[in-house]
Design a protein around this ligand. Structure first.
Ligand SMILES: Nc1ncnc2c1ncn2[C@@H]1O[C@H](COP(=O)(O)OP(=O)(O)OP(=O)(O)O)[C@@H](O)[C@H]1O
Length: 617
């Protein structure tokens, strides 16, 4: 029991503050690296092989500049054979030129593959976010975690840097082994000297990087707020409110304040890391002094020739640089694994939405379905109170149900649960006697056509807004029929490109803006086209004029025929078109029956009905 509690606390702690785990074992990093290597391979198969081939050529490059000059100098100092000199110089120039060309070729290929990788990753991330529980996307902690997870990927190129540094570690190891073999001929102690100086530098760099990491983590919530205010400035949908309420100075001030705050903490972090980098600049000259001193001494003693002096000096310098690069890459690799681990934790957030496996095929075809809410309780995450309390209702096949009640009564929440956007805390929702979570999620969605209050239209063409990806296979005629049913065809037919006209002007200067009512009709046409056995319209007529409202209600029942329909509306006139009415108040189903039954009851429905009749007269 206690163990369970501790485990839960630990889980909560790591979910709430994923960045704290800085003490990581090599095994943690190996797990992360393997996961992302597999992911990269899945997204862009050619990326890793390209990087590897490129690394092999890069590993070979330095040896030309180290070994060939030795022969040139020796030829110059001793035998002075012109033919051999030309040969060595030729090998040096042509060899270097060829390697440079090959390296350029692979760098370009890797760049292109990287663009594909990043775009592919964006899609991978998008799919993950689209499949996350809605409640998680409303949780500020998860939103911060998402930001922490994706910030290094886009801003610090973490995915590419991880692979690059991993491959660099392999490439540099090969070069280092070759250089060490050359230097060891002279004196293996030189290798020990270089490695110790570089290790000291590595430790200093690691400290500086830890500080930078902590700093970026602290900056994330600030960046998210800054991003929100900055996006408001360019968000067209906010333009009206910003102008009417003269919000520009307020937003401008917020942006300036957040910028100041970021700059202040950035300069603090930079001052601290500068001290560490200052230390690094002392150790390297000291190493140079010792190596040069030793080599010059060997030349004076006559132990090595000038050609060998040049080769050893060059090998020593390269060895220092490559060992430094090796350590930097190991530090960077582990740093990237740390960043990517946060992404991995974000990706591994468990989903409450059960995917289910049961097929809905039989229901889809025969349109026979009974929905039953059994003692359903639900509270939004981080809410104290239940939004729905002990809701019991059965909606029979083909029934037209009107859901009414005051603002905040829980009507939309009732629909959200039916749509599996949230899961009940207690009780269950059954479809033909089976818990809806047991049905395959994608198939279950085929059963529902829903128009929410805050439905969204996209910057696609009108046709694409109705049929989405099936655009090419669907004849225009079918789309026209759906538009005709909601009374929108006439206006659209007059447009030059008809249903192929773009909505909004984001990508098309000839795109159109729809009025509130037209937009709502288009959203309803989408539901009509989907032709699902269960249709839900949440406040479908709020933006419609009374004539259009009448049209929709009288024609909609005809339109959907024997499909089940649930209408949420504040205009109780809609109830007349329904055979059942559910009255919600304060999260409870207060009354249920036909219009006449509820009027006779003289309860809440009667109050709402008479209140509205009074204002309409
Ligand atoms: N995502 C959410 N997180 C937390 N609370 C929410 C969320 N959505 C709605 N609520 C709360 O749940 C309650 C019921 O909201 P709901 O939208 O279901 O009411 P409604 O009956 O559809 O209202 P209206 O008639 O105004 O559309 C309200 O108190 C609302 O503030």
């Amino acid at each position: 029991m206690n163990h369970k509690k501790n485990h839960k606390e630990k889980e909560e702690k790591s979910e709430n503050n994923p960045s704290v785990e800085e003490k990581r074992s090599l095994k943690d990093d190996v797990i992360v690296a393997i996961y992302f290597l597999k992911l990269v391979f899945k997204i862009q198969k050619s990326y890793i092989p390209l990087m590897l081939v490129s690394a092999i050529f890069q590993a070979a490059t330095p040896f030309f500049g180290i070994i060939i000059p030795k022969y040139i100098i020796e030829e110059l100092m001793e035998q002075k054979r012109i033919k051999m000199l030309i040969l060595y110089v030729g090998i040096l120039i042509i060899g270097n030129g060829c390697l440079n060309l090959i390296n350029k070729f692979f760098t370009t290929k890797v760049e292109l593959a990287n663009i594909r990788l990043i775009n592919g990753f964006e899609l991978h991330l998008g799919k993950h976010i689209m499949n996350m529980d809605l409640e998680k996307l409303e949780d500020p902690k998860i939103l911060d975690m998402k930001e922490q997870a994706i910030f290094p990927i886009y801003n610090q190129d973490a995915l590419r840097n991880m692979i690059e540094s991993l491959i660099a570690v392999i490439r540099i190891s090969i070069t280092i082994l070759g250089l060490a073999a050359i230097i060891a001929i002279l004196n293996p102690l030189i290798i020990a000297l270089i490695i110790s100086i570089v290790l000291i530098n590595g430790i200093i760099s690691k400290k500086a990087q830890r500080i930078t990491f902590r700093f970026f983590q602290q900056l994330i919530p600030l960046n998210r707020k800054f991003g929100y205010y900055a996006s408001l400035v360019t968000d067209f949908s906010m333009a009206k409110d910003i102008r009417i309420y003269n919000m520009a100075p307020y937003i401008g001030k917020k942006i300036r304040d957040y910028t100041e705050e970021s700059i202040e903490s950035m300069s603090k972090s930079m001052n601290t890391t500068a001290k560490y980098f200052g230390l690094n600049s002392v150790t390297l000259p000291l190493e140079m002094l010792l190596i040069y001193g030793y080599m010059v001494y060997q030349v004076i003693l006559g132990s090595i020739s000038i050609g060998e002096f040049s080769m050893y000096i060059s090998a020593g310098n390269n060895f220092t640089n490559y060992i430094t690069e090796f350590i930097q890459n190991v530090v960077q690799l582990r740093q990237m694994c740390l960043y990517l681990d946060i992404y991995l934790k974000f990706e591994k957030i468990p989903s409450k939405r059960k995917t289910g496996t049961k097929s809905v095929e039989s229901i889809l075809n025969c349109y026979s379905n009974t929905i039953e809410f059994k003692h359903v309780y639900f509270k939004y995450p981080r809410s104290e109170e239940y939004t729905l309390k002990d809701v019991n209702i059965t909606i029979h096949s083909g029934e037209k149900l009107s859901v009414v009640g005051p603002n905040g009564a829980g009507k939309t929440t009732f629909i959200k649960l039916l749509c599996r956007l949230y899961t009940p805390d207690k009780g269950e929702i059954l479809l033909n006697g089976v818990n809806i979570n047991e049905y395959s999620y994608d198939e279950y969605m085929k059963l529902l056509s829903v128009v929410f209050q805050d439905y969204k239209l996209f910057s696609f063409t009108i046709k694409e807004n109705i049929v989405f990806d099936k655009g090419l296979q669907v004849p225009d005629e079918t789309v026209n029929k759906a538009l005709e049913k909601v009374g929108l065809l006439e206006g659209i037919e007059e447009l030059e490109k008809g249903i192929h006209t773009s909505l909004y002007k984001n990508f098309d200067k000839n795109g159109i803006e729809l009025s509130g009512g037209q937009a709502q009709k288009l959203a309803i046409a989408r539901a009509v086209y989907k032709n699902s056995p269960i249709v839900v319209l949440d406040e479908p007529t709020a933006a419609l004029d009374p004539y259009a409202e009448y049209e929709i209600y009288t024609s909609f029942n005809k339109l959907i025929g024997d499909h089940t329909a649930i209408y949420i509306s504040h205009r109780l006139s809609s109830c007349k078109f329904c055979n059942k009415i559910a009255v919600f108040d304060d999260g409870e189903l207060k009354e249920y029956g036909t219009h006449q039954e509820l009027v006779n009851k003289n309860g809440m429905y009667t109050k709402l009905w008479t209140a509205q009749a009074q204002y309409y007269v």
